[in-house]
Structures are given as structure tokens and as C-alpha cells.
Unconditional design. Structure first.
Length: 180
């Protein structure tokens, strides 16, 4: 591996470990182009374990996993935990784990510690095995260059206007009513 590839691998791993939320887009023909329109990009909570991201979803009360199809690729964008800006985008191989397998058990054990506000507490692991999908996203080594410009979408045209300034006497009127 070259020094560049090792640095990119380290960036992907450290950024993904530290971020509590990743943005994932599954696509039929994945590209690293952020302008590519495929499946919707979704924020997902996750856990990084043993060189891959694990996510759980597509069940009652869990996050949706649209476009994450076994055997395909997805684009993962990792944001900075403190500033929220994009740090890195990378492609991932998508593998759905079979319930009952050893890898499924390890992944569920790691995910269980990160799941907040589970409606069924300790029984959630059995529910995940019955009703949800657990997916592993393994980095393929492709890292996208950060974009030069903003990727923000233009606001939708509307006839709505911003609110006018508050009249100077309004606060006095409101406070008078409270005193009575």
C-alpha cells in the first residue's frame, strides 16, 4: 500500500469511529460524485468495529436503510463531530448479515451498546434478528476528493416573505398585561 492509501484508510477509520452519525447513499450504480442522483442519502447511526461500519434498520421502530442491497456498493459521507462539516466520502461494499451467524452476534453486541431509547430494552437483539436487517459496510479503498464549492441546494421559489421587525411598543404592551 502506498503512503497515500494508508493515510486515506486511517482518515476513513478515525473519522467514522468518532462520528456518531454517517450519511449513506445506496445506489444501483454508485459513484463518488455528490451530484449523482440515486437512492436517497440518509443519516444513520452506526458502530465501527473490526474495520467496517455496522448499521441496523428496516424494522419497526428502527432507521430505514433504502438502497443498501447485499452485494452492491454505497457511498458513505462522514461529518466532523464538532463542526458538522464533511470530512471524507468513501465507497463501501454492502453485506447483509444472516441472523444467527457468528458475525451477526458480534455486530448486534456492538450495536446494542449504541442504541438509544430502545422500546423493548434487552429484548431488542431478538427483535433485530426476527424483524430487522443488520448490514456491514466495508471500505473499498475509494475516497472522493472534497468538493471545491458548496453542495447546498438552491431554496425552492416561494411567495413567502420574512417577518417584519417587531414594533417598538409591542414588548411594553406584552409586559403590561403580565403585571396585571
Amino acid at each position: 500500500m502506498t503512503d497515500q492509501a494508508l493515510a486515506e484508510q486511517a482518515l476513513v477509520e478515525e473519522a467514522t469511529k468518532k462520528s456518531g452519525l454517517i450519511w449513506v447513499r445506496g445506489a444501483s450504480v454508485p459513484t463518488l460524485d455528490p451530484q449523482d442522483v440515486g437512492a436517497p442519502t440518509r443519516p444513520l447511526w452506526h458502530v465501527w468495529h473490526d474495520g467496517a461500519v455496522y448499521v441496523v434498520g428496516d424494522g419497526p421502530g428502527e432507521q430505514p436503510l433504502p438502497g443498501l442491497v447485499d452485494g452492491r456498493e454505497a457511498v458513505v459521507t462522514v461529518r466532523s463531530k464538532d463542526k458538522g462539516g464533511r470530512l471524507v466520502s468513501w465507497t463501501a461494499a454492502v453485506v447483509e448479515l444472516a441472523p444467527g451467524s457468528e458475525e451477526f452476534g458480534v455486530a448486534v453486541g456492538e450495536l446494542k451498546g449504541k442504541r438509544l431509547n430502545a422500546p423493548d430494552g434487552e429484548a431488542m437483539t431478538e427483535r433485530w434478528a426476527r424483524q430487522c436487517r443488520v448490514v456491514r459496510l466495508t471500505p473499498t479503498g475509494s475516497v472522493a476528493a472534497l468538493p471545491d464549492g458548496s453542495l447546498a441546494a438552491a431554496p425552492v421559489p416561494t411567495s413567502a416573505t420574512t417577518r417584519l421587525p417587531v414594533p417598538a411598543g409591542l414588548p411594553r404592551l406584552l409586559f403590561k398585561k403580565r403585571r396585571r
